[in-house]
Design a protein around this ligand. Structure first.
Ligand SMILES: Cc1ncc(COP(=O)(O)O)c(C=O)c1O
Ligand SMILES: [Zn+2]
Length: 423
């Protein structure tokens, strides 16, 4: 189904006529439409912005609010009045010297996306997709989610006054289900894998004309995550680090970060666009890592993901091939770690930086550590690890803490508890 954009929400903005969807495989230009697959070759469609028609400067960007809409010219929403903004983005890029020392790299930054409005990077793509759903005059939105996107889509839908239907595997962590429910969304738990969930959400998009953010709105959805790449460049003073390590499930985030960087270069904001894009996945579900390591030209699906890193348990990654191409093109690499290494990285990150992430968010740190130990990443490098989601939504995967003491309210008990620890 292809609908023309009607932009009946309000005034049209500076991007009118400058945005179209182009096929990644055959290059066919489909115009500014609601579609996600090429009608010639079934290839994935992606947004192309004509930077000859859209002028943007560092000064203009720096004069704007500290949220992702400061990169307005890079975001494919034409009608300003359709924008749904919860204050997402421009998250801290924290220089982490003691973590750098613990891991053994020259310089390390953490891009802390746990502080977004719904506590994961998913507010970036969900915010753009829900804005776009309003522009296309859709009455309801939804998503197929491994947990974080559900809460984010539900929050943006409420803020936009739209109904929402969010689909998740019934095995996801309880707080993620609760979180999506709190916004009033209809939460649909499917007994099956994420790939089953995705097919159910695709059916909902098709049969009920719902704007499913990562299915029929996907080309627009992924654009939101470009802002993480733009922010990293801006926060480093409009330059790039040697390497960016990204937790990967569908592969959309990694591809989008790089698209943001490539466009920043095209728009004249950065002089050099070289950066080694590096993928991080759990061993129990690492289709992109396997394809990279085995030198394959396509990503083979993992039929039964087996990992407690639920947020990254996508066996058939929708943007896996694109991620693979980006990793190779940029001279990056891909690494997988055990569930235990991902959990250990949560504690290491918390101890060294004060940031509490979920295992799927801290896996970038775990993979960097492993790649440095194995000599694949140089100790002289400057690296950014993207930390993409909070630990509060995955409390159930951590073992009970051993450093808690319960005491009666007396000074004697207090001295007995603290005294020996200070000696
Ligand atoms: C915390 C977290 N990090 C990273 C990802 C990976 O995102 P993508 O599917 O774009 O590769 C997800 C996906 O759900 C996630 O929840
Ligand atoms: Zn095509």
């Amino acid at each position: 189904m292809i609908l023309r954009s009607t932009s009946r929400c309000g005034e049209v903005g500076a991007l009118t006529g400058a945005i179209s969807l182009v096929c990644r495989e055959c290059g066919k230009d489909h115009g500014h439409v609601l579609a996600y697959a090429c009608d010639e070759c079934l290839g994935a469609l992606e947004v192309k912005i004509d930077f000859d028609r859209v002028q943007v400067t560092r000064t203009k960007i720096s004069s704007r609010n500290k949220d992702l809409w400061r990169y307005r010219e890079f975001l494919p929403v034409i009608d300003d009045s359709c924008v749904v903004n919860l204050g997402t983005g421009f998250t801290p890029l924290l220089r982490a010297d003691s973590l750098a020392k613990a891991i053994g790299v020259r310089r390390l930054y953490i891009k802390n996306d746990t502080v977004n409005p719904t506590f994961s990077f998913k507010d970036r793509p969900a915010g753009i997709a829900v804005s776009k759903a309003r522009e296309f005059r859709m009455a309801a939105v939804g998503c197929a989610s491994t947990g974080n996107l559900a809460g984010s889509t539900a929050a943006h839908a409420s803020a936009a006054g739209l109904k929402s239907f969010v689909f998740m595997p019934s095995t996801v962590e309880d707080p993620k289900v609760f979180h999506a429910s709190i916004y009033g969304s209809t939460v649909i738990l499917v007994d099956g894998t994420y790939d089953d969930v995705n097919r159910m959400a695709a059916l909902a998009a098709d049969r009920f004309n719902i704007g499913v953010v990562n299915v029929n709105l996907r080309p627009y959805y992924v654009e939101g995550s470009k802002t993480m790449g733009l922010e990293i460049a801006e926060q480093l003073g409009w330059r790039l680090p040697d390497r960016i390590v990204v937790p990967c499930a569908s592969g959309a985030l990694l591809s989008a970060i790089h698209k943001g960087i490539a466009e920043a270069h095209e728009a004249g904001l950065i002089e050099d666009d070289s950066v080694a894009m590096t993928c991080a996945q759990p061993e129990g579900c690492s289709p992109i890592v396997s394809a990279f390591r085995r030198g394959l030209e396509r990503v083979e699906p993992v039929r039964n993901p087996k990992t407690l890193v639920q947020s990254l348990a996508i066996g058939e990654p929708g943007d896996g091939l694109q991620a693979l191409r980006v990793i190779r093109k940029t001279g990056g690499t891909a690494g997988a770690v055990s569930d235990q290494e991902a959990i250990d990285a949560v504690y290491l990150l918390a101890k060294e930086t004060g940031i509490f992430a979920e295992p799927g968010g801290a896996i970038s740190v775990a993979v960097l550590k492993r790649l440095v130990e194995e000599g694949e990443v140089g100790r002289d490098e400057e690296v950014v690890c993207c930390v993409t989601g909070t630990g509060f939504k995955t409390l159930e995967v951590f073992p009970p803490p051993e450093n808690q003491i319960r005491i009666p309210a007396s000074f004697q008990a207090l001295s007995a508890a603290i005294g020996p620890l200070l000696r």
